[in-house]
Structure formats: C-alpha cells, structure tokens
Design a protein around this ligand. Structure first.
Ligand code: BES
Ligand code: MN
Ligand code: ZN
Length: 510
C-alpha cells in the first residue's frame, strides 16, 4: 500500500514528549483539565499553561488554540501548541478529527516545518486509541488541502508541515494497532483530498472525458480494473436516461466502471457504489438562475467520492468484491437538448417523462443503479448532489440518508457517523410516489416542491430492483459555503471515508 500513497507517510514516535524532535508539539487539551494534571508540560512552558488556564485565556474549548514557547532547554521541541478538545466526556473520533484539522490549518498558516500531534492519553474505555489515532491522522491530512489551484499571483496559502504522531502514553499493547491506524487515516484523508480536488476542478477542464481519464490515472496501479464506456457503448446498453441528459452538450457522456475483485473473495456480497457525475449542471432547458450557478461544477462530487473510495478500497485490500459505477455528463441547454414533456427509456426498461430537465441527477443514476445490479452488485449505495430540498431540510452539515431495508440503512448510518460524514435518516413513504406519476410514461422525473428529496429518492428506488440500497444526498454537504475552524470553504470530500469503511463491514450485513 505504502508506495501508492501520494502524500508523504506520517511517522509515529513513542519518544517521551521532551524528546520529540519537531518545531511544534500539538497537545490536545480537554476543557476543565487542571494544568497540574500534566506537570511536565506546564514546567516545560514555564508555567504558561497554568497561567493561561487560571486567567481563562485558554479553556480547552473545541478549536481554541494557544501557541507557547518551550523554556526547558532539555526538550527538543521549540514550541507547544495547545489544541482545545472540549470536555473529555464529549470527546469522540469525530471531534478528534475536527480538532486535528483545525490545529493542522493553524500550523499551515504559520508555515511550521515539522509538527507532531500528541495522541490524547488516559482516554475512557469507550474510546479506542487506534480509532482516535486514525481520526487524528485523517484530520491532519484534510488540513493539507488547498482550493486555489489556479492562482498565479496571490500569496501562497501556506505550507503544511511534515507531520508526525507522538504515541507516548499509549499502552504498549496498543502501539502497533495505533501505527496501522495512522497509515489508514493518512490514506483515507488523502483519498478525501483527491475527491475534493476533482470536485473543485472547473467544468471547462473537467469534462466527462477528462473526468474519466483522471479517474483512470488515479486508480492505475492499485490493482483495480478500470473500464470506461463511450457514447456508442452507452447507447448499445440502452441507457436512454444518461443519453437523454447528455443530448444538450457537445461533450459526449462517459460511464466509468471500477472493479475491486480481490483473489479469494467470496462470490457474495458485492458492494455496488454509484456516484452522480454531472460535471456541470446548468439545469438544461429548465435553466437555473445565474446566481450561484458556478457552484454547479461540483455536481460530480458523488462520482469523485466513488472513484476515490475505490482507490482506497483497493489499497487497503477490502475483503469483498466492490463495483464502482459513475455515469458522467454535462447538463446543458442546446439545440438537441431534451425538453420538458420528452419521454426517455431507461436501460432497465422503464419509461420516464422529463418534467424538469434540471432533475437530471436521478436520470443518470437510474441507469447507473441498474448497471451496478446488472454487473452483479448485491448491495447498493449511491452518493449524489441530488436535491436543493435536502439543503432546506438538513442544512450544510448533514447529508440525507434514504434506503431500504432499515438494517442496511442503519449500517450505512453508523459507518458514516464514525467516518465523520454525518447523515440523518429520511423517509421513503410509499404514498409520496403518487407525486411522480406521469400520464404518459411509467413515471415523471419530478414530483413538485413538497418533499422534493423524498420523491427524488423514490424515483431512484425504482431502479434498485429490490436490492438493499442506501442513497446519500450530499447536495448540502459536498461544498462548504462558510468556513468552519475544521473545514475551509470549498469542496468537503464528503462520503469518501464512509464508502471505504463500509467495504470492511460485510460481516455485519447478513
Ligand atoms: N444538482 C442539483 C441539486 C443541487 C442543488 C446541488 C443545490 C447542490 C446545491 C440537482 O440536479 C437539481 O437541480 N435538483 C433540482 C430538482 C428539481 C428540479 C426537482 C432542485 O433541487 O432544485
Ligand atoms: Mn439539476
Ligand atoms: Zn444536478
């Protein structure tokens, strides 16, 4: 695995803190912890810690940050950064990840050369040291992402330090698990960043063809098989929904198929991951308003999550077969574009009346879900920037989760929570299906404004053939509009880690 990780590996050191050779030692600090609880630390900084805590200058609330000089000359590190981690009772892997990202961003901003993150010690039994170590490493890696890839004249956005993880204080019998978890976290953080990079790419460079060729380059050498279908082969498969959306564009559509087929893996289950790959969504003939339309370059964030998850799934050697399917096209108005009232035929055989050409994601995913089934998937998950309505319902920090049966949805939810991709369950009430009835075809592609995310999911369900299926609507979460201490503005890389970790839970699927 190691040689394929693009970013530098993160070293672990079990040296006592005084001997860790870096410029800055980052120490997570829990709120309410007395400075005296780690006397060596307070002594090393000449009592600054006790003073700052007594003066409430630093309390240890999440994302609080204090940088102070080490005065003890017997220490190797020059400075200590205290990173607020909140109350120990509220601490979790998710918070560890976020605290690490915010500390990482602070190091980057200060152009620190070498920094070590000190894993918290003495954690309660409910928290596993390896899980925290993985989350911390993911967080540090996520902090390395830059959005300004096309800037030529601006000041550079800072340089991430060379990272290490200090494991002093972790019980000896957990050290090796922690080291493995750090490497896993590094790969997962890197895979999230690669997905962010693709989602950030403008649509004039990342066309469907370019998306496919970058995906191919990204997964090359990981042991995956990569196949891309051009418009002729898409037509031969009868994918009228994907072709319909593509009609308005001069750029031809593509369909990527990425397979992880580890030798000796059982014939079943086969996890099928389907990602929405609209490289730009103008709305088509049902044109979107100009305000904010530039954001629609990230309408392939679900597709890039699937591509980057497949890469990590292979590099981590997931024990099951996994198939990634990413239909990709632009959604453009044009002389040959589909128009409201047009009827399209899906590869699965069902016909769809297009009421609104801006409801294009469900169209391409309908053919994509069918194809994943056709290739032998037994369990489906799709990820899509599908509806504005999910942003209204859940905001920008939580993805919508739909699916059936409940047991499968519950597994996806639990995995996503741990991966830091929070979701919230949404209903698939059968009686809402009435909203997508069509006079002329098997169904319509929109059901009006009420429960817009639910009717979109009910549309997708028509293409799942009754298989266990979960749908993650990431329209709100794929792109951060306001910077948070732990998440800068821009693409978030949501769902990558969830999809990867899911491939390691098959024993629970029964
Ligand atoms: N890509 C959009 C959904 C979206 C909206 C993503 C806002 C991110 C932010 C999707 O293709 C879309 O246009 N959906 C329509 C559906 C409607 C026409 C039924 C929507 O949500 O308005
Ligand atoms: Mn749309
Ligand atoms: Zn869209």
């Amino acid at each position: 695995m190691s040689e394929a990780v693009k970013t530098a590996q993160i070293a672990c050191t079990s040296e006592p803190l005084s001997g860790v050779d870096v410029d800055v030692l980052i120490v997570p600090w829990f709120e309410g912890e007395p400075a005296a609880s780690v006397p060596v630390l307070d002594e090393a900084v000449g009592g600054e810690l006790a003073r700052a805590i007594a003066a409430k200058e630093f309390e240890g609330r999440p994302y609080e940050f204090m940088l102070t000089a080490v005065v003890d000359r017997s220490w190797t590190a020059r400075r200590i950064a205290l990173a607020g981690a909140g109350r120990l009772a509220d601490f979790s892997g998710d918070l560890a990840r976020k605290v690490a990202t915010s500390a990482g961003l602070a190091m980057k901003q200060r152009r620190v050369d070498r920094a070590a993150f000190v894993l918290p010690q003495g954690l309660p039994a409910r928290l596993d040291a390896a899980e925290i170590a993985q989350a911390v490493t993911e967080g540090l890696t996520l902090s390395e992402f830059n959005t300004g890839s096309y800037k030529t004249a601006d000041i550079p956005p800072g340089k991430p330090p060379i990272w290490s993880i200090a494991t002093a204080g972790i019980p000896a019998d957990r050290q090796s698990a922690v080291m493995t978890a750090v490497q896993r976290g590094r790969l997962l953080g890197e895979s999230s960043n690669l997905a962010r990079e693709m989602a950030n790419e403008p649509s004039n460079t990342l066309t469907p063809r370019e998306f496919a060729s970058r995906a191919e380059a990204l997964v090359a050498g990981c042991g995956l098989t990569f196949e891309v279908l051009d418009e002729k082969r898409i037509e031969a498969l009868g994918m009228g929904l994907l072709l319909g959306v593509a009609r308005g564009s001069h750029e031809p559509p593509r369909l990527m198929i990425i397979r992880h087929n580890p030798p000796g893996a059982p014939a079943a289950p086969v996890l099928g991951l389907v990602g929405k790959g609209i490289t730009f969504d103008t709305g088509g003939i049902s044109l979107k308003p100009a305000d904010g339309m530039e954001r629609m370059k990230d309408d392939m964030a679900g597709g890039s999550a699937v591509v980057c998850a497949m890469r990590a799934i292979a590099m981590l050697n997931a024990p099951i077969r996994v198939i990634g399917v990413v239909p990709t096209t632009e959604n453009m108005p044009g002389g040959r574009a589909i128009k409201p009232g047009d009827v399209l035929k899906s590869a699965e055989g069902k016909t769809v009346e297009v009421i609104n050409t801006d409801a294009e994601g469900r169209l391409i995913l309908g053919d994509g879900l069918w194809y994943a089934r056709h290739l032998g998937a037994t369990h489906l998950v799709d990820v899509a920037t599908l509806t504005g309505a999910i942003v209204t319902a859940l905001g920008k920090l939580t993805s919508g989760l739909f699916g059936t049966p409940q047991s499968w949805v519950d597994i996806v939810r639990r995995v996503a929570d741990r991966a830091g991709d929070r979701t919230w369950p949404m209903p698939l009430f059968e009686d809402y299906r009435e909203q997508i009835k069509s006079e002329i075809a098997d169904m319509a592609n929109t059901g009006g404004r009420p429960a817009g995310s639910v009717t979109a999911a009910l549309f997708l369900k028509e293409f799942t053939g009754g298989l266990p299926w979960a749908h993650i609507d990431i329209a709100g979460t794929a792109w951060a509009e306001d910077a948070k201490p732990y998440l800068p503005k821009g693409p978030s890389g949501v769902a990558v880690r969830t999809l990867v970790e899911l491939a390691f839970t098959s024993k629970e699927w029964v």
